[in-house]
Design a protein around this ligand. Sequence first.
Ligand SMILES: Nc1ncnc2c1ncn2[C@@H]1O[C@H](COP(=O)(O)OP(=O)(O)OP(=O)(O)O)[C@@H](O)[C@H]1O
Ligand SMILES: [Mg+2]
Length: 368
Amino acid sequence: MAEIIIRNVAKTYGKTTIMDGVNLTIRNGEFVVILGPSGCGKSTLLRLIAGLEDITDGEIEIGGQIVNQLEPRERGCAMVFQNYALYPHMTVAENIGYALKVAGVAKAERLARIEATAKAVGLADFLDRKPGQLSGGQRQRVAMARAIIREPKVFLFDEPLSNLDAKLRVQMRHEIRRIHNAVGATSVFVTHDQHEGMTLADRLVIMNKGTIEQIGTPEDIYEHPASLYVAGFVGSPAMNILPGSLDATGLSVLLADGQGLDIPSSFKARAGQLVQIGLRPEKLSILPKGHGQLSATFQFFEELGSARIYHLLIEDIPLGVVSEHKLSLTEGETVGIGFPTSALHVFDGPSGRSLDRPGVAERVAELV
Ligand SMILES: Nc1ncnc2c1ncn2[C@@H]1O[C@H](COP(=O)(O)OP(=O)(O)OP(=O)(O)O)[C@@H](O)[C@H]1O
Ligand SMILES: [Mg+2]
């Protein structure tokens, strides 16, 4: 078991800074998911923890020890990659036991541990096969087994499920979480798939261009995104964003078509401030014209079977509503839009930072 503390870590390649001022504490036994778009630095962060790359500045501590100067094999981390990186000419048993062989573990003990590990990941019947004779999911299990057998303090997963089909992904997600719980290691899992992140994580870390935007439980991130960037990254369909500006009282937002939307005084908004209103599609209801807080024009809907996505416009700004109600609406019809006050998010226009819940930033700071 090991706590991982990342203090003010920076990484540059030549003159290009790709990561800066990253602070993150991953608790003992915790499952943390790093979520962000391609190129934001997720793999780099994992490789810095593993010691596959040197950090340019800052400090990394694993299990109470500063590891900056330690070789990868001295850090107690096992990494599972997207492409599995199995040895094609070795059998499953040889692949799983390779690290033990290199470490000079005696044959009898090695075989016993290979068998026990293979059993734990459901590979007991495949020990004599070569990787080429396995399905994608089975190969993924070999990669897992190879990591588990080393009894690491820390598991580092770099998009390990992205080569699997949708059904297998869900199954292996569950498997990884089960193994994490059983082994009691600390896990850091990288993905750009928000569903994977939401379902696996104790806490999510949202990255943006080499910095951390927000850290929190999946629920916290969904309910209280700290920025427009986070709001757009978590939730599907994505959060509706309506640009506007505060009126002279600072309590009503003037939207694109001139209609006003009252916001509670708990938001830290100033008179005249440019803002973006955020509303999640699944928190909105379509009401008869004149009801609710907003007025919008119906365009069309998409049938999902269990629900529909209704597409509306406020002036030329799109507004999506997810509802299980089968409404009969005609194109161009004006309807009312209602929502609980708790569904309302307000972001500063230029910076995109949340004006919700004063203190989100402070709470984030407490967690790092
Ligand atoms: N060896 C390197 N030299 C120079 N730049 C690099 C090197 N490795 C990575 N980068 C750059 O660092 C940035 C972060 O890369 P990284 O691989 O960490 O992204 P990622 O979030 O894992 O993306 P993906 O989801 O595509 O895997 C990218 O802009 C990438 O081009
Ligand atoms: Mg990557």
